[in-house]
Design a binder for this molecule. Structure first.
Ligand SMILES: [Zn+2]
Length: 219
């Protein structure tokens, strides 16, 4: 489903059917991936705030979900354990890049991003495809009872949380067909040195850039 290209960027085969789409999940080994003039990002604050790029590039605002449909503008989010989520409306050619950690996921950022796309671009959830990139897996994501309870997982001590599954359910509940939700299943913490992991490396961890956008000259 996902594969690594020659530049160590993870790509989703299902997205390659769209000739008008650019996408990819950068790794530690693709440091220059996506760093071009026409990159739009947000100052990520672990919120549920959605931002419309509206054809602009640069650091646009505080928020954790970035939407757009302008050819030539790449939307990017940076992660190291949190989930990078890319949404693609195949009918209207609108896209979104979402940074979903446990705080954002608990605040329903997946569902809110879809509602925002609907409000701004007229997206219907059944036209969306969703790619969930490498993030900390259930294997490694130990949380305390206060975080677990936010995900309906009552606990006395530490428990393992499946953040990707929580986000996947949010997307399903929002109306994206199950067959159009693709998860890499790769864990940033134990999946190898190709990934940046904040939990593993602390302050030494870099960030991986994931991008989505519409090609400059649409086919
Ligand atoms: Zn793991």
């Amino acid at each position: 489903m996902f594969y690594r290209d020659a530049e160590h960027v993870l790509r989703l085969r299902a997205f390659e059917q769209f000739s008008w789409l650019i996408h990819g999940f950068g790794t530690r080994w693709s440091p220059s991936f996506g760093s071009c003039r026409n990159l739009a990002t947000v100052r990520q604050i672990h919120s549920d705030r959605c931002v419309d790029a509206g054809g602009r590039a640069g650091v646009l605002a505080e928020g954790d979900a970035l939407m757009g449909n302008s050819p030539g503008i790449l939307l990017g989010v940076k992660t190291a354990d949190c989930i990078p989520l890319l949404l693609v409306d195949e009918r209207l050619r609108a896209v979104a890049a979402v940074h979903a950690g446990w705080r954002g996921t608990a605040q329903q950022i997946g569902a809110k991003a879809i509602r925002f796309l609907s409000a701004r671009y007229g997206t219907q959830p059944q036209d969306l495809h969703a790619a969930i990139g490498p993030a900390i897996g259930k294997c490694c994501f130990e949380v305390g009872p206060e975080v677990a309870s936010l995900f309906g997982q009552p606990a006395n001590g530490k428990v393992k949380l499946d953040l990707t599954e929580a986000l996947r359910r949010q997307l399903l509940d929002s109306g994206i067909p199950a067959g159009r939700i693709y998860a890499s299943g790769l864990c940033t913490m134990c999946g190898g040195s190709e990934f940046e992991s904040y939990r593993r490396d602390g302050a030494a961890a870099g960030r991986m850039l994931s991008v989505v956008g519409v090609v400059e000259r649409s086919a």
